[in-house]
Design a protein around this ligand. Structure first.
Ligand code: T4K
Length: 368
C-alpha cells in the first residue's frame, strides 16, 4: 500500500508556474528585491493582516535576525517544546536559553512560570505558537512589560492564525514565519518576519542584505537571507490556494476528532473559541495505561504499515546534547513538556489526504 506521510506540500499548478518562470527568464531579474518579491510582500501583508512583512530565505534566519535587530543579549526565556531552530537562533547569537515549562492545554510557554525564571541577565522572551495554537499573548506581554523585556514570537506554525479577527502575528515586538515545504503555506524553502513599523522593516531589509542601505553604505553587519524571484513567484501562486488547503485540513481535523473521541487513552486539542486555526498539525497524546499501547508502540505499528506519523516534538530541545547541560534543561524544571514529548504523536495532516487514507490512519489507531 502507498505510504502516507505526515505532510505533503501544497504545490502550485505547474503550467501557471512555468508561465511565471518565463517572465522571470525574460526579465533576467532573478533575486535581490525583484518584482515578484515585492508583490509577494504586499499580498502577504494583506492576506495576513499585518502592517509590514519582510521575506526571508527560510524560517530560521528571521529568528536569528530578529535577535540581532533588537540587540538581544544575555539570557532569553523560551520553550523546550519546539523545533530545534527556535533555540538554535539564540545559540547563534551567543545568547543563553532559559527553558520554562509549557501549558498542557496548548503546549505553549506557560506565562505563569516565566517570572520565576527572570534574572538580571534576561532581555527577552521567545515563545512559539506551537502547532499554530495561539500563545497567551496578553499574559506574556504583561510579564514582558513589567520587566522591560522584548518578545519575539516564533510563529513558524501560525500562518493565517487569527484571534477574534486579528492576526496573531501582530503580538510582541516581532514574529517570524516559516514557509518550508512541510508548512501549511510554502515557498519550498522560505520564511518571513512581521514587524510593526516602517523603520523596523527598513532595518530588517538592510540586515537581510548584508547591511547595505545603498550601493556604497553598509549600516550593520548583516547577513544574506533574501528570497529569490523563483520562490516568490511560486509563493504568489500558492497564496491563491492556501485558503482551500486550510479548509481541506479543517475537514481532516473534524473527521479525526469524530472518530477518535471515544478511543480510551487518546486525547487531542479542540478548536479554541474565537480562533481561526490553520490545522497545521494534528497532535494526539497517548496514555499508555488507558490505551493499552505506548506512544512509541503506536508510532512503530503505524510505521510498519507505511503510515508515518511524527513525534513532533520529541526529544525536547532541552534534551539535545547542546542544551542538556543547561540548569533549566532538567526534567524537574520541565515536567509538563517532558510528559507531552513522551506521549505526543502528530498524525498525518495535509490538504490532499483522501477519505481512504484517513480511514487507514484511524484504523491503525483503533486497532486493538
Ligand atoms: N521554528 C519552528 C517552530 C519550526 O517548526 C521550524 C521548522 C522552524 C522554526 C525553522 O523554519 P525553517 O528554517 O525550516 O523554514 C521539518 C521541517 O524541515 C522544518 O521546516 C519544520 N520546522 C519541522 C517541524 O519539520 P523534518 O525533518 O521533520 O522534515 P522531513 O524532511 O522529515 O519531512 C516530513 C515529511 O514531509 C516527509 O516524510 C514527507 C513530507 N515532505 C517533506 C519534504 C521536505 C514532502 O512530501 N516533500 C518535501 O519536499 O523537519
Amino acid at each position: 500500500m502507498e505510504q502516507i506521510t505526515v505532510t505533503s506540500p501544497l504545490l502550485p499548478d505547474l503550467e501557471e508556474f512555468n508561465a511565471l518562470l518565463k517572465e522571470i527568464w525574460d526579465s533576467k531579474w532573478i533575486t535581490n528585491n525583484g518584482r515578484f518579491h515585492k508583490q509577494l510582500e504586499k499580498e502577504l501583508a494583506s492576506y495576513l493582516k499585518v502592517p509590514y512583512i519582510s521575506l526571508f530565505t527560510n524560517g530560521t534566519l528571521p529568528l536569528i535576525t530578529a535577535l540581532q535587530a533588537l540587540r538581544v543579549t544575555g539570557e532569553v526565556i523560551t520553550t523546550p517544546y519546539s523545533f530545534v531552530a527556535t533555540t538554535h537562533s539564540l545559540w547563534w547569537n551567543g545568547i543563553k536559553p532559559v527553558f520554562v515549562d509549557v501549558d498542557p492545554s496548548t503546549c505553549n510557554l506557560d506565562p505563569s512560570k516565566i517570572e520565576a525564571a527572570i534574572t538580571p541577565k534576561t532581555t527577552a522572551i521567545m515563545p512559539v505558537h506551537c502547532y499554530g495554537k495561539p500563545c497567551d499573548t496578553k499574559a506574556i506581554q504583561e510579564v514582558a512589560d513589567k520587566y522591560g523585556l522584548k518578545v519575539i514570537y516564533d510563529a513558524a506554525h501560525a500562518f493565517g492564525v487569527e484571534v477574534d479577527g486579528e492576526s496573531i502575528l501582530n503580538a510582541g515586538d516581532m514574529s517570524t514565519l516559516s514557509f518550508h515545504a512541510t508548512k501549511v503555506y510554502n515557498t519550498i524553502e522560505g520564511g518571513a518576519m512581521v514587524m510593526h513599523d516602517e523603520q523596523t522593516k527598513k532595518r530588517i531589509d538592510y540586515l537581510k542584505n548584508f547591511g547595505f542601505a545603498n550601493e556604497t553604505t553598509v549600516v550593520a553587519p548583516g547577513i544574506n537571507s533574501k528570497m529569490d524571484e523563483v520562490r516568490a513567484a511560486y509563493g504568489l501562486l500558492n497564496l491563491r490556494q492556501v485558503d482551500a488547503a486550510i479548509e481541506a485540513r479543517r475537514k481532516v481535523a473534524r473527521i479525526y476528532r469524530e472518530e477518535l473521541r471515544d478511543v480510551p487513552g487518546i486525547t487531542f486539542f479542540e478548536d479554541m473559541p474565537g480562533v481561526r486555526h490553520n490545522y497545521s498539525y494534528f497532535p494526539i497524546f497517548v496514555d499508555a495505561e488507558k490505551y493499552g499501547r505506548t506512544r512509541d508502540q503506536l508510532y512503530f505499528d503505524m510505521k510498519s504499515v507505511d503510515v508515518l506519523g511524527r513525534r513532533y516534538f520529541y526529544p525536547l530541545i532541552s534534551d539535545f546534547s547542546t542544551y542538556r547541560g543547561l540548569p533549566s534543561a532538567t526534567r524537574e524544571n520541565l515536567p509538563v513538556a517532558y510528559r507531552l514529548a513522551d506521549t505526543v504523536l502528530c498524525l498525518p495532516m495535509h490538504h490532499a489526504l483522501t477519505d481512504r487514507e484517513i480511514e487507514r490512519i484511524i484504523g491503525c489507531i483503533k486497532k486493538p
